[in-house]
Every structure is written in structure tokens, then in C-alpha cells.
Design a protein around this ligand. Structure first.
Ligand SMILES: Cc1cc2nc3c(=O)[nH]c(=O)nc-3n(C[C@H](O)[C@H](O)[C@H](O)COP(=O)(O)OP(=O)(O)OC[C@H]3O[C@@H](n4cnc5c(N)ncnc54)[C@H](O)[C@@H]3O)c2cc1C
Ligand code: FES
Length: 278
């Protein structure tokens, strides 16, 4: 079997695919919370993705990838049987939630890729977490059934009310906190604005909150500085110190500003896939 071959590819939504990749060295060592950095081809940029699931026996890892720009669209053009240029990993630190007993996993959009392995792991350890998953519309609620399978209780919300409650994940979380859910930890992942809103809310209730930071990355080894963020009075690197951090210490405003830094260049980039400026 060729390393980094796509063994299976499944479209889950108009802009999200699930990939099963042959990567035995990664599969042998990875744990929930870690990620890989891959290149689609020789000229590919290095893009990070969470290891959503894995099988040590078959040497495979599974990724959920949302097509948002150049590399993710290029990846989406590959088919089963094609192989990626390379996959580096596992990178980052495995999640450690052992100090907590009543956890709520909160995901926004493709955040399912991160909360699914956590839900599965906590279920296996015998203290399943509650899950809140939110998306703009019903079709973007990725891995709904899989999350239901491992959650203690699963709640779904959509911006337009097309599935579950209408509203944001913070509305449901507030309702549960007010109702005495008794969480000792909230683990949140999704768009930066969503994680910031979750942290603002949990700070009011004094609930420990861990966020998984999806900062832009290049090398993934702490050398380039691309993924740096401010945590309290320290500068940390999402790739080697994270990707998970105490959400109440993250300077979200600075991170949001940094993530927007190249928006103009990205928006004017010449798309060789479409043969036009996009
Ligand atoms: C540790 C980690 C784990 C991740 N896990 C997943 C995952 O499991 N599934 C998944 O679909 N994505 C994941 N991401 C985000 C993914 O890496 C980016 O979406 C991808 O790099 C975008 O590449 P692109 O060339 O297609 O888009 P670009 O052309 O580079 O950018 C397109 C748009 O996406 C935005 N963007 C670029 N990089 C990021 C980013 N890191 N976070 C948020 N927005 C970004 C840009 O600002 C721009 O608006 C993860 C990121 C990190 C750091
Ligand atoms: S990606 Fe380069 S320092 Fe983290």
C-alpha cells in the first residue's frame, strides 16, 4: 500500500469531505487532540488538520476537511486511490481532560472534527460528555449521528432553525448552565468568534474552559512563529504548546486580527484550479 494513499473519500456536505488515509506511522502513535500537517502535492502548502479518528490495526487515519480555500479545494479534487505528497504527524499535544468529570464539548461547524475524538475517548473512559454542536444550517451539522452515539446527551442548534433549536451554541450552553448542568469543564472548538463568545459566557459562571486553537500554521514545529498567540502574559505556539489552551487566558482579539492579516492577498489570489482570480 502506498503511504498517504486515499483509501476512502466520502462527501458529507457540499463543502466537507471525510478522508481515510493510509499513514501507518501516524496511526501507530496518535492520540485524541493531535493533528497532522499535510501537503497535497510537490508544490503544496502545508495545511493542518485534526486527526478525527484512526485505526492502529489498519494503519489509517481519518480527517474531516472543509473546503475553504486553495489547498482544501485542491485536496477535494483528489480521488480514492490517489496519494498525498506527505503527512507529518502526529503533531501537538494529546488532550488531557482527566481532571474533569462533567464535561460539555461545544463545536461549531467543522469543529466536529475535534469534538468527535474527544466524545469517543471520554465515552471509552466511562464518563461520556454532553455535546452541543452548532452550524449555520442542518446540512452543515457534520457527524451528528456519530456524536449522538458517544455523547451522554447531544444538542444541536442551527442559525436558521433547520435542525434542532434555532440560535447559537452559546444560547444552548447558557440554558444548560442556568438549568444546573453542573459542568466542571467546557471544551470548545470552532470559529474564533464562537470560541471567544463561549469563553465570555463560561467566565461569568466560573467554569474552566479549554479551547482548541486553529491558528494558521506553517512548519508545525515551533520554528516559524506563524501560529503564535498571547496567553495571559506569555507568548505561546499553537503547534507545540497546544493546540489546546485555557480559553480564559487567550487573547482572542489579537488572534482574530492576525488571522485576518492576509485576507486581502487571499481574496485576490489567482486560482489555478479555476483559472481566474478569486
Ligand atoms: C491544529 C489545526 C487543526 C485543524 N483541523 C481542521 C480540521 O480537522 N478540518 C478542517 O477542515 N480544517 C481544520 N483546520 C483549518 C485548516 O487548516 C484550514 O482551513 C486550511 O489550512 C485552509 O487552507 P486553504 O488553503 O484551503 O485556505 P486558504 O486559502 O489558506 O484560506 C481560505 C480562508 O480560510 C481561512 N483560514 C485559513 N487557515 C485557517 C485556519 N487555520 N483556521 C481558520 N481559518 C483559516 C483564511 O483566513 C481564508 O479566509 C485546522 C487548523 C489547525 C491549526
Ligand atoms: S506553525 Fe510555525 S511555530 Fe507553529
Amino acid at each position: 500500500m502506498k503511504d498517504y494513499a486515499i483509501l476512502a473519500k466520502r462527501r458529507l456536505a457540499s463543502n466537507v469531505c471525510e478522508y481515510t488515509l493510509y499513514a501507518p506511522l501516524v496511526a501507530r502513535h496518535c492520540r485524541a487532540g493531535q493533528f497532522v500537517i499535510l501537503r497535497v502535492d510537490d508544490e503544496g502548502e502545508r495545511v493542518p488538520f485534526t486527526i478525527c479518528d484512526y485505526s492502529r490495526e489498519s494503519g489509517t487515519i481519518m480527517l474531516l476537511v472543509q473546503e475553504v480555500g486553495y489547498s482544501t479545494c485542491k485536496l477535494a479534487q483528489l480521488r480514492e486511490g490517489d496519494a498525498l505528497r506527505d503527512i507529518a504527524g502526529p503533531l501537538g499535544n494529546p488532550t488531557d481532560l482527566d481532571a474533569y468529570k462533567k464535561i460539555c464539548l461545544v463545536g461549531g461547524g467543522i469543529g466536529s472534527a475535534v469534538i468527535y475524538p474527544q466524545a469517543k475517548n471520554l465515552h471509552a473512559k466511562g464518563y461520556p460528555a454532553d455535546v452541543i454542536l452548532g452550524a449555520r444550517t442542518a446540512d452543515l451539522l457534520i457527524f451528528r449521528q456519530q456524536l449522538e452515539q458517544y455523547a451522554s446527551r447531544a444538542y444541536f442548534v442551527t442559525d436558521d432553525g433547520s435542525f434542532g433549536a434555532k440560535g447559537f451554541v452559546t444560547d444552548k450552553l447558557k440554558q444548560l448552565l442556568d438549568g444546573g448542568a453542573g459542568y466542571d469543564c467546557v471544551f470548545a472548538v470552532g470559529p474564533l468568534a464562537m470560541m471567544k463568545a463561549v469563553c465570555d459566557l463560561t467566565a461569568e459562571y466560573g467554569v474552566d474552559t479549554i479551547v482548541s486553537m486553529n491558528s494558521m500554521m506553517v512548519d508545525g514545529t515551533g520554528m516559524c512563529g506563524c501560529c503564535r498567540l498571547t496567553l495571559g502574559d506569555r507568548t505561546v505556539y499553537a503547534c507545540i504548546d497546544g493546540p489546546e489552551f485555557d480559553g480564559h487566558l487567550v487573547d482572542f482579539d489579537e488572534t482574530i486580527k492576525r488571522n485576518r492579516m492576509y485576507r486581502e492577498q487571499e481574496s485576490k489570489h489567482f486560482c489555478r484550479l479555476r483559472g481566474e482570480y478569486v
